[in-house]
Write a protein that binds this ligand. Structure first.
Ligand SMILES: [Zn+2]
Ligand SMILES: [Zn+2]
Length: 408
């Protein structure tokens, strides 16, 4: 379908773009170096002012200000989320988006290092301006609140935030340099059992024990766990187990997460987990109330073609990107939902030894360490250079899109 003359003009523009691209990448590295002090200061300021999901008022404000100061048009309160924003540089297509997370964890501060994601994505945006100036297209930095539990990106996706985006990326701090990660789909369930209070010693026969229903449900789930697929996870906590040992508990409540690598299996598993609660209600004579959270996290569909471009750029900075390992441990991320809509990657950059776990005080310390700062600068450069390739080499973006369509 492509005629010869179009082919010729493409190859000519590609070789010119190739020349430009090398210069563009050199200026990107230069820009990140120039921004070094400001980016480090920004990430440390967010680190020492941890804000929980949907309350990231200071962080989103500082990030928006930074981008505005560097020539981005900033829409605050984006998609009716007070602490989301979209910052745009350039116009037209293609649109490459860097996503910024900045929420902290209860009791742990920046134990997931989102301060570094925030600073690396705005740094990449500012450094990437040269690519837009020289190669055309558009860069966005989208501020995505509430990654930890409330699924800010799920809401943004539902409200069309990514509808004009051609590719989306962010770099998450971790203990390894990788370009491809897997993540589990995750559904969140709240349950309550309603029974009847009675004196636990004098009139136990008059009571209906809501705590026993919860314990029975836990045991049913433990039995189920022997017969589920690898990589699936079911875990929960009891948030109400009664008021006093001498009162038969009339009410119990719990919060559970059900996770799986494929969305189809997640649905199957959700039904089985729900049966555990329904069976426990039947056995104890309690009434069950349950609610699946509206926001559920989709599994990550990492775009391998995009990951390859990213890995090459990361390695050009002197880091060795580890090959994809399907056995590696994983959690869930709302980037999964973005990756179902547009080509996306969620690479990780090493800021701590492999033994250190995310969501720990040690990881929070690493997020403010020298290794953390180095990670943020390298992530910013690699992101911006990857975007430059997508803007400057139409065939790279075509390959990324082709893979996305094939894997749908
Ligand atoms: Zn986390
Ligand atoms: Zn995280």
């Amino acid at each position: 379908m492509i005629n010869y003359s179009i082919d010729m003009s493409r190859s000519k523009s590609n070789s010119e773009a190739g020349l430009n691209l090398a210069e563009v990448k050199a200026s990107i590295k230069q820009s990140v170096e120039t921004q070094r002090q400001e980016l480090e200061e920004l990430s440390l300021r967010i680190h020492s002012n941890p804000e929980l999901a949907m309350a990231e008022v200071k962080a989103s404000g500082w990030l928006g200000d930074y981008l505005e100061r560097h020539g981005f048009r900033v829409e605050r309160g984006f998609c009716e989320l007070a602490t989301a924003f979209r910052a745009t540089y350039g116009k037209g297509k293609p649109v490459i988006a860097f996503l910024a997370e900045y929420d902290a964890l209860p009791g742990l501060g920046h134990g997931c290092g989102h301060n570094l994601i925030a600073a690396s994505s705005v740094g990449a945006g500012v450094a990437g301006r040269v690519a837009v100036d020289r190669l055309g297209g558009c860069l966005q930095v989208i501020g995505t609140p509430a990654e930890e539990g409330l699924g800010g990106k799920v809401l943004l996706a539902q409200r069309g935030a990514f509808s004009d985006v051609d590719a989306a990326m962010l770099v998450h701090p971790g203990t390894r340099d990788t370009a491809v990660i897997q993540s589990l789909g995750c559904a969140i369930l709240d349950v309550e059992f309603w029974g009847k209070a009675a004196h636990a010693a004098a009139r136990p026969e008059q009571g209906i024990n809501a705590l026993e229903a919860m314990i029975l449900a836990f045991n049913a789930i433990n039995s189920l766990r022997q017969h589920i697929k690898d990589r699936a996870r079911i875990h929960g906590i009891i948030t109400d187990g009664g008021q006093a040992a001498n009162i038969v508990p009339a009410h119990s409540a719990g919060n559970f997460m059900v996770r799986a690598l494929e969305e189809g299996y997640l649905e199957e598993l959700k039904a089985k987990v729900l049966s555990c609660f329904q069976g426990a209600a039947l056995a104890t004579g309690t009434r069950l109330d349950y609610r699946w959270a509206e926001v559920s996290y989709a599994p990550m569909r990492a775009n391998k073609a995009l990951a390859e471009v990213f890995a090459r750029n990361m390695e050009s900075l002197g880091r060795r990107v580890e090959p994809f390992d399907p056995e590696r441990s994983m959690g869930s991320t709302d980037m999964g939902n973005v990756s179902q809509l547009v080509p996306a990657i969620h690479p990780s950059i090493a800021i701590a030894p492999v033994a250190v776990s995310n969501h720990s005080p040690e990881f929070a310390a690493a997020a403010a360490s020298e290794a953390g700062q180095k990670g943020l600068l390298d992530a910013a450069s690699a992101l911006a250079m990857t975007a430059a390739e997508l803007l400057g080499q139409p065939e790279s973006l075509a390959k990324v899109k082709e893979e996305f369509l094939q894997s749908a």
